[in-house]
Design a protein around this ligand. Structure first.
Ligand SMILES: Nc1ncnc2c1ncn2[C@@H]1O[C@H](COP(=O)(O)OP(=O)(O)OP(=O)(O)O)[C@@H](O)[C@H]1O
Length: 493
């Protein structure tokens, strides 16, 4: 947001609505698309919040935003405002405008996603950033030309917010965190290279930045560089074009700590692999440290030369696992706190139980909840969270149905699916049936009577009894808890 937009937004409910909508969309839409198409929209919101008029620069953008995001923007605005909202798109006049302004309901042109001025000449389209440009680059771009090469060359590109103290510890990241801390405190000694791998959004980037920030805090003049592998590839290409390989080598070989993210991107890039191999050997020889991340363990990498793979694996390789429930809860509570909000524990558990895949998604869910809470000026509660995460929860419900649960549980305990609906009572059948009812309550949004109906027309009190019994037993019987864990994982894919 520009300053003008911030000023225009002061105290206005319309501006608050649009800001909240942006917060939600920032989570739904990939970052690059959000920055290219949604962030630049100039919003005018009527006083009664019934109409939001969005200005775009040209016809091309208007058509694109309308086709790709029109429905979603309207849905989010309506959910936030709690009333129907008409969204109009129009082409901006050329004069600069603040990003947000409010108007009276009548003064907003109702164009129904049509261009305001059909003869406005389309501007040449700005292309979205290339993947290399889109790489996370927390540092500001270097000042044009005049900046002394030396100084700018050693910009660490570290994001100061990503430190060990903001990285919540749990069993999923304990080992990787301990190894990273060790490297930060005694670089060049044990665990060189340190290879951290794990799935999307599990904290790999955060962890490597933490190593760099910690080392710099202890040793101000250390030459630390964080770089995404794609950026390294692009540096190699530039050195090719400009014939500056000597400078390239001198720069990389002089580092004390090289943090390189997502090395799987080196696949099939032979020249890059060769340069990286050289840098790797030079750095290790002078006892500089290398920390790498990847989406898989070294031997799982494809299209990377064997000599590199074996070097990747020659120090310490550690995994970041998907965060367990308690870690997810702690992360939510911590992050809410840093945002100046209080997330009650029951809400954190509710969210953490429903958002399990990775921390980035957890952060997205939290943002949505905070946006809903701020905009509606309501305290954070389970109901508010359920409302804010409606889309996400409905996708999950679609994925896990009662039928699916019945089949999975029947297979697991080797009984027939038909026994889930039957009146048979032997324990070998009644117990799996109770377990399936418990899972149906836990993993779907179905009510007790609905579940009863799906289990051969049983009364809701029977379902309630089963749910309570299994939930209580789960706390004390380890074997049952493990079986439930396996079933839950199977059902969630
Ligand atoms: N344990 C944690 N405590 C606090 N924040 C965390 C933790 N783990 C991850 N995060 C946060 O989750 C988000 C995603 O993490 P990060 O970008 O480091 O993931 P990644 O593994 O590098 O993902 P990708 O493979 O997509 O690059 C970041 O905002 C990060 O700060």
């Amino acid at each position: 947001m520009t300053d003008t937009a911030e000023q225009a937004s002061e105290g206005s409910e319309g501006a608050a609505l649009w800001h909240a909508c942006l917060d939600v969309l920032a989570q739904d839409v990939p970052e690059q698309q959000f920055n290219t198409w949604i962030k630049p929209l100039v919003a005018q919101v009527s006083d009664d919040l019934s109409t939001v008029s969005l200005g775009v620069a040209n016809r091309f953008k208007l058509d694109w935003v309308r086709a790709q995001y029109g429905t979603r923007i309207a849905e989010v605005l309506e959910a936030l405002a709690g009333q129907p909202v008409q969204v109009d798109l129009n082409i901006l006049a050329r004069a600069p405008q603040p990003r947000i302004s409010t108007t009276t309901a009548r003064s907003v042109a109702r164009m129904g996603l049509q261009a305001l001025s059909a003869d406005a000449a389309p501007e040449p389209e700005t292309r979205p950033a290339s993947p290399a440009q889109a790489t996370a680059e927390p540092a500001k771009p270097a000042k044009p030309n005049t900046a002394e090469r030396e100084a700018s060359a050693f910009r660490s590109r570290l994001n100061p917010a990503l430190t060990f103290s903001t990285l919540v510890e749990g069993s999923a990241n304990r080992m990787a965190r301990a190894a990273a801390l060790h490297v930060a405190s005694s670089p060049g000694q044990l665990y060189n290279p340190l290879f951290i791998y794990g799935g999307v959004g599990l904290g790999k980037t955060h962890l490597v930045h933490a190593v760099g920030n910690q080392l710099l805090a202890d040793k101000l003049d250390a030459k630390v560089l964080y770089i995404h592998a794609e950026q390294f590839v692009s540096d190699v290409v530039k050195s090719y074009q400009r014939k500056t390989f000597d400078e390239f080598k001198a720069f990389y070989h002089s580092l004390d700590l090289l943090l390189i993210d997502d090395v799987q991107f080196f696949a099939n890039k032979d020249r890059t692999q060769e340069e990286f191999f050289n840098a790797f050997e030079a750095l290790l020889a002078k006892k500089s440290h290398i920390v790498m991340t990847s989406d898989t363990y070294p031997k799982g990498l494809t299209d990377i030369h064997e000599r590199l793979v074996s070097r990747f694996d020659s120090g310490l390789t550690v995994a970041l696992e998907p965060p367990e429930l308690e870690l997810r809860v702690a992360i939510l509570i911590n992050k809410a706190q840093t945002e100046g909000a209080v997330m009650p524990e029951d809400v954190a558990f509710f969210v953490a139980k429903n958002v399990r895949s990775n921390v980035r998604e957890l952060e997205g869910a939290l943002r949505k909840i905070l946006a809903y809470s701020r905009f509606n000026q309501k305290e954070i509660s389970i109901n508010l969270a359920r409302e804010a995460l409606r889309d996400l929860l409905s996708i999950q419900n679609r994925q896990i149905g009662v039928e699916n649960i019945q089949k999975t549980v029947a297979d697991f305990y080797k009984i027939k699916v038909a026994d889930m609906y039957s009146k048979k009572r032997p324990a070998s059948i009644a117990r799996p049936r109770q377990i399936a009812m418990y899972l149906a309550k836990e993993l779907t949004q179905k009510s007790l009577p609905e579940i009863g109906e799906l289990f051969g027309g049983r009364d809701h009190t029977t379902v309630l009894h089963a749910v309570r019994k299994i939930a209580a037993e789960r706390q004390t019987v380890t074997e049952l808890n493990q079986q439930l864990h396996v079933l839950e994982q199977t059902l969630k894919g």
